[in-house]
Design a protein around this ligand. Sequence first.
Ligand code: P6P
Length: 351
Amino acid sequence: MTLAPKNLQTIESHVLDLQRLHPSASGDFTSLLNDISFAAKVVSRDVTKAGLVEDILGATDEENVQGEVIQKLDDFAISVFLKCLGRRGQVCIMGSEELADPVFADTSQGTGKYIVVFDPLDGSSNIDANVSVGTIFGIWKRKSRLAQINQDDLLQPGRELVASGYIIYGSSTMFVYTAGKGVHGFTLDPSIGEFLLSHENIMTPFQSQIYSVNEAYEPRWSPEVREVLRQLKYGRGSKLSTRKDAPTEGAGMSSRYIGSLVADFHRNLLYGGIYLYPPTTSHPNGKLRLMCEAAPLALIVENAGGYASDGQRPILDVTPDDLHMRVPLYIGSREDVMWVETLLSKGSSAL
Ligand code: P6P
């Protein structure tokens, strides 16, 4: 006899239960999250069989606003999310990492209550090698009256997020989101086309044994960041002399870096870990985007008991000055990230 899945709760019913907590809710948020989960199913269908679909792998001959080559699946994912989001007119502005300017949506059928900023296919340069990739999204509420929409509606800090989440297209497709009442993960059952609750109330370990960083950039980091990585390896508080003595056990950390943020973040969320993307000489403000990557994941990790910092302050407190603003990112287990932030805030005195 085939056992029934652990939990037959779909994402739609989970969000409806959330909606019942707000009697005055219009249903716009529920339908928006359902639009996102539908778009995720469409993208998942093509990402998971990309090797078999004619002419969907590889790069286009275009670059995005970041100067990064757009993969064919990036184009596909952008078009799917733009088409699926806000079909009830509940979204007034959509922003994407891949598009230079925000898209003002048709609100004639609805309230235009929400702003959605998303990275449609993060890590897409890995797709041809069958590495897990992901979608990241953040949902804010409009502040001004519908007729007076302006930049302030778009450029809001993560602290103002109504909800955020990500979809990871990996060995299975998972949808993870928070609306401020816990972090919940749903696994796609392709045979019925539903995301079913598989990880309720995710809490990330307070301290961890994993760090994720691209160590090839060490020559481009500041001395303070190099010291953070040295102490992650040799042990917190260890002195430089350690490096000249006989080999030691070090701090016992493991290094895991997939080069796909959603995959690295998701593993660290479940197992405990810290992901670091420090400033470099080539990216003095870091490479990752505040609105469509750092802030949505910061809301997730804080609702799971973790923390996210730009090295000086909470990511959620950073107000964007531009849709594509970049920030340094240190995110994951609370104790680890707080320790990094403290060490970096000390500056050269910590060396
Ligand atoms: P690097 C992918 O391009 C991405 O935005 C994240 O998914 C990933 O963590 C990071 O950049 C990898 O950057 O500089 O290490 O190749």
